[in-house]
Design a protein around this ligand. Structure first.
Ligand code: MN
Length: 490
């Protein structure tokens, strides 16, 4: 059997230098040892999950730190090995990534306040996105969990599929990672609407077989034309649509498959932008275009940065066919979004960090793109722009802190809030009975300042029912103040 590490390395977009290989190998061995004896619900060894997560990250073009963090992402939460052990062995950067993934993993959708939780969850993602790599690892993790969802009980399947559709898909879309977005959507679609999934799947297969012959002929004909004109075609191929996207399209077209022109199509990959327009001319000379169906997303990119030329033509034997023309770089970016820009050299990494931390320095154009995307995403959340501009510093929500209960519920607090504020926000009785606090599993003082992402466990006493007058000195929220005063009066 192939060494799993070789599989990861073979899928890397970055050159697999000895240093990178060594790091990935070490992370694999560390994770394998930590997960020894653990199984997935599928019956496979647990390590297969983290290896698959790492493979997805490698395919996305991520660097060896991110891939290693992918291998280690379930270690602190699910094994006896701690985050400190990870940090000792792999250093601060990888430990930070693993910790970020662990914290996001604790967030749960809750029954009653589901909408609120969902909203908080999205905010949380941004708050955690002090390093966008954390979110990319989380997306890879989710993708593999969705691929193996069949081994879970039905109620869990539905819950996970909903969460995927409502939270992870919009995030993948925002980050422009079309490939992951499409896969997550299709996998969730299968569990959320099995009947329509089957219907669309069969329809697509049937249509694809019918249209395939014409497509293959068109590919041969166009290849020839492009060659004659001296356009270097890097790649040309037919493609099938993602099923959920096809379903959405069908709904817009009275469920009539004959009105869907891009079920199969041809994608022409050329070396540069001018070749895109030349190729467009050649395609139109060979096959007559449909009026009003030419879309130039190169001059006018989509909001998530997508670039390509689309045209619909009467192809071989007059069969309608969509043709997409783009450069290799545009193609990579359509599939991998911001991850495609994530080719890390130390220089880029440093300048990017500095920018996120709010320092004015020169940043390459590419990196600005995802900041722009984050901003648009932020606008979707309905927060006002001024606040967000301020939030471009590390604290995306400067005036807000999101802390967790041990059960994974999110408690939103103002900056500098203390465990007592947290306690009253959970329940007045928890506040009144508070005697101590554990933060991230360690004892802490009740007047300390809570930091974003911490897990707060309030220790309560059964007898002790009254708050201390002293608490009024340090609490931050008016809720806590009024509750303390009320309890002291009674
Ligand atoms: Mn996982």
């Amino acid at each position: 059997m192939e060494n799993p590490v070789d599989n990861i390395i073979r899928n890397m977009k970055l050159p697999a230098t000895p240093k990178r290989k060594e790091l990935i190998q070490a992370a694999y061995e560390f994770a394998k040892k930590a997960h020894t004896g653990q199984k997935r619900r599928s019956g496979e060894d647990y390590i297969t999950h983290t290896v698959e997560t790492a493979v997805i990250l490698a395919k996305l073009g991520m660097g060896s730190s991110t891939i290693s963090a992918g291998l280690l992402h379930d270690v602190p939460e699910d094994t006896a090995t701690t985050l400190e052990d990870v940090e000792k062995k792999f250093g601060e950067e990888i430990a930070f990534l693993v910790d970020g993934v662990t914290k996001i993993g604790r967030i749960k959708l809750r029954g009653e306040q589901e909408e609120l939780q969902l909203e908080n969850m999205r905010k949380m993602f941004i708050a955690m996105a002090s390093d966008i790599r954390v979110i990319i690892i989380k997306l890879a993790d989710r993708l593999h969990n969705m691929r193996t969802l069949e081994f879970n009980p039905p109620d869990k399947q539905i819950r996970i599929a909903r969460e995927t559709m409502e939270v992870f898909v919009p995030i993948a879309n925002r980050l422009g990672i079309g490939e992951i977005k499409g896969s997550l959507e299709d996998l969730a679609f299968k569990y959320l609407d099995p009947e329509n999934f089957e219907y669309v799947k069969n329809l697509e297969e049937e249509q694809y077989t019918q249209r395939k012959r014409h497509l293959d002929t068109a590919v041969v004909e166009l290849k020839k034309e492009l060659l004659i004109e001296g356009i270097k075609t890097i790649d040309i191929f037919g493609r099938a649509k993602h099923l959920y996207r096809l379903f959405q399209k069908l709904k817009r077209h009275d469920m009539d498959i004959n009105k869907i022109y891009d079920l199969v199509g041809i994608r022409i990959i050329v070396p540069d932008i001018s070749a895109c327009y030349e190729a467009l001319g050649i395609v139109h000379r060979k096959y007559r275009p449909l009026v009003g169906r030419i879309k130039d997303y190169i001059s006018l990119p989509k909001p998530n940065g997508y670039q390509s030329i689309h045209t619909t033509v009467f192809g071989h034997e007059g069969k309608i066919l969509e043709v997409q023309i783009r450069t290799k770089q545009m193609d990579d970016e359509a599939e991998f979004g911001i991850a495609a820009h994530w080719i890390y050299n130390e220089q880029q990494k440093r300048s990017l960090r500095n920018f996120i931390f709010g320092k004015k320095i020169q940043v390459p154009q590419k990196e600005l793109l995802w900041v722009k995307q984050l901003r648009e995403w932020q606008n979707d959340l309905g927060t006002d722009n001024a606040e967000f501009m301020e939030g471009l510093k590390i604290e995306f929500f400067k005036n807000h802190i999101f802390a967790f209960t041990p059960m994974g519920n999110i408690i939103e607090l103002p900056e500098d809030a203390t465990p007592i504020d947290f306690a009253y926000k959970v329940h007045s009785e928890i506040g009144n009975r508070a005697v101590g606090v554990k933060i991230d599993g360690k004892m802490a003082t009740i007047d300390c300042k809570i930091k974003n992402g911490q897990v707060i466990e309030i220790l309560t006493s059964r007898e002790h029912k009254k708050p201390s007058q002293d608490w009024l000195r340090f609490v931050r929220t008016s809720l806590a103040k009024s509750q303390i005063k009320k309890a002291l009066r009674s």
